[in-house]
Design a binder for this molecule. Structure first.
Ligand code: GLN
Length: 187
């Protein structure tokens, strides 16, 4: 059985575990570096990217995560997870994995649009995806290897680079498993 790990330090990792279970794969809460060797793919959930980054640093997970992703582990980051995967953020200084060649802007949609929902056209999906954005980032700058799969107001909100998929929004909250399926297909 395919085993998909969910980084379970902070944030909404339980919702990812549930949706993965509903898709018929083994879902594993990952808290320790040695667990990375036991999964076929990884989800980095939404939450607070500074907190997840600090905890990953404290638990000695930053280097092992970088190495696993670099060596091809299919990895999907949602929202704070997208931020953690990025090469840089537009403001501030926080621990990042630097695996995805993008610069992200945190809380990019501003106060009035802190949370919103939108039906998105996504490359590779036949029907629009109902996307929930919560204090979401957008991708401010993309490197040459980045494929943009969806945008809101001309800002990329879903990207792929080799074995890495990232969304600004939260597909674990709506019960639509199509994006998690994309990850599973990357195994
Ligand atoms: N605003 C959060 C951050 O900057 C991300 C929000 C989320 O994951 N829903 O880390």
């Amino acid at each position: 059985m395919t085993r998909v790990g969910v980084l379970a330090l902070q944030g909404d990792f339980r919702e990812h575990l549930h949706i993965l279970e509903s898709l018929g794969v083994g879902a594993v809460a990952v808290k320790k570096p040695e667990q990375l060797g036991e999964v076929d793919a990884l989800v980095i959930p939404g939450g607070e990217s500074t907190t997840i980054g600090k905890m990953a640093t404290r638990f000695g997970l930053i280097e092992p995560l970088r190495q696993s992703i670099e060596s091809g582990l299919p990895t999907y980051g949602t929202c704070a997870g997208m931020i953690l995967l990025a090469g840089a953020v537009t403001d501030g200084d926080q621990p990042l994995l630097g695996a995805l060649d993008v610069v992200v802007r945190r809380n990019a949609f501003g106060r009035q649009n802190e949370s919103f929902e939108a039906d998105l056209d996504i490359d590779g999906l036949d029907e629009p995806f109902h996307a929930v954005f919560i204090r979401a980032p957008w991708v401010e700058k993309v490197g040459s290897e980045i494929e943009v799969l969806a945008e809101v107001d001309d800002h990329p909100v879903m990207v792929r680079q080799d074995n890495i998929l990232a969304t600004s929004f939260h597909p674990e909250l709506t019960g639509d498993g199509r994006i998690h399926d994309m990850l599973i297909e990357m195994v």
